[in-house]
Design a protein around this ligand. Structure first.
Ligand code: HSE
Length: 426
């Protein structure tokens, strides 16, 4: 029987889940796949933690050189996260002829071009299913199942922490800060939640997914990014009345004008399949020219869901003789021939605080109309004691720049109204 030796770099939550999956399923993989996958080495500073998982002392190391020199090791699994030392270790593994499986989205997003170059030079495999959407098999679906399609667009909820927070705000009416605290107490959000709540995590994933989908490098720096920290719970309640649900969406489109990539909060119709993706669950909705629409749904994080993606890559690597690389020139920057859309089209939800006087609504709509913005829906609440009323407008589709210009004009034009919130509507 073919033997495959694995090294795991890092025994945190995901590394521990990967070790557990590989060891507990070893006999199953022998029976089903005809390969004996053994964990031959783990690189972990916390020896006690490694021993507590039942790993033999002789297999624990703190040196990447030991891993690279170990002839029993064929595949190195990198689950350290962050850029360094992960980058140095992955390059060392590839340069010593070992294939690499990584879950490190930031590393693959920022340095995938360097890693792939080293993999090609050394005739090794480089697999990264676990970088995007945890246990949801999105990357292999795009590479190995939907490859007959021209992918027109993908739209996803690809960050579980923010989806948990927005779900709590929507269902329980709590503020962003209260929902964040709950997400932290449950271990979804980190003590420093910036990467998740400001959209960086989703941007790294969207860069990887849109590059694969559109067959050209989509650097993360090209992605418009907005997080959820400024969302006011009142807008989720108005959205509900209008038939919308708020999600942090990652959107990639291949349009006639170029590639459009953005991560921001957006309202979607409550009947859309993504609207029912709640709590920490993730989903990606893909449109291909042949298949029409496909949605993949599941756990985007967690020890065993992420281990599912990693071990899938290990088995794939162990059972395929030819390694596949990117379908495009994997460079640091975008191909100069690739166009990117900067002024994209969307419908908009706009909440204003307006003076409760004759003619104010018409002043607002006349500014909007001056900027080619047509109103589709309006809610005006009863007046308040301070004489201000909330007005909620939903526009027809228009350009982002039109809306930004109209908002600036309303906010600077004599105080008849001020804009409190602008949320895109998909
Ligand atoms: N922090 C991520 C999330 C999981 O909340 O979805 C790992 O990508």
């Amino acid at each position: 029987m073919k033997k495959v030796g694995v090294a795991i770099l890092g025994l945190g939550v995901v590394g521990g889940g990967t070790y557990k999956t590989l060891t507990e399923h070893r006999e199953f993989y022998k029976q089903i796949h005809g390969i004996d996958i053994a964990v031959e080495s783990v690189l972990e500073r916390n020896v006690e933690r490694a021993l507590s998982l039942g790993i033999e002392k002789s297999k624990i190391t703190q040196s990447i050189d030991d891993v690279c020199a170990n002839s029993e090791v064929n595949i190195v699994v990198e689950v350290l996260g962050g850029i360094e030392p992960a980058k140095t270790f992955v390059l060392a593994a590839l340069n010593s002829g070992k294939s690499v499986v990584t879950s490190n989205k930031e590393l693959y997003c920022k340095y995938g071009h360097e890693l792939e170059k080293a993999a090609k030079l050394n005739g090794c495999g480089l697999y990264y299913e676990a970088t995007c959407v945890g246990g949801v098999p999105i990357i292999r679906t795009l590479l190995d199942n939907l490859q007959g399609n021209k992918i027109n667009s993908l739209m996803g909820i690809i960050n579980g922490t923010t989806n948990y927070i927005l779900t709590k705000m929507t269902d329980c009416g709590v503020s962003y800060n209260e929902a964040l605290k709950e997400a932290q107490s449950l271990g979804y959000a980190e003590a420093n939640p910036t990467a998740d709540v400001e959209g960086f995590d989703a941007v790294y994933k969207l860069s990887i997914l849109s590059s694969i989908s559109f067959h050209t490098k989509v650097p993360y720096t090209k992605i418009h990014r907005e997080g959820i920290t400024k969302i006011d719970a009142v807008d989720l309640q108005y959205g509900k009345r209008l038939g919308y649900v708020l999600k942090l969406l990652a959107i990639g489109k291949n349009t006639a004008d170029g590639i459009e990539v953005r991560v921001h909060p957006a309202f979607i119709k409550s009947a859309h399949p993504l609207a029912g993706v709640n709590d920490s669950y993730n989903a990606v909705y893909i449109s291909g020219d042949c298949v029409e629409n496909v949605m993949l749904y599941g756990r985007g994080a967690g020890a065993l869901p992420t281990a599912s993606a990693i071990v899938g890559d290990v088995i794939y690597c162990a059972t395929h003789n030819n390694f596949n690389y990117s379908t495009f020139e994997n460079t640091e920057n975008a191909d100069p021939a690739t166009k990117f859309v900067t002024d994209f089209k969307s419908a908009y939800y706009i909440r204003l605080k307006a003076q409760d006087k004759a003619g104010v609504l018409s002043k607002v709509t006349s500014v909007l109309s001056k900027h080619n913005i047509s109103v589709a829906q309006v809610i005006q609440e009863n007046g308040r004691s301070d004489g201000a009323v909330p007005i909620i407008l939903v526009t027809h589709e228009t350009y982002e720049n039109n809306v930004q210009n109209a908002v600036a004009e309303i906010n600077s034009d004599g105080g008849f109204a001020s804009v409190s919130a602008v949320i895109r509507v998909c």
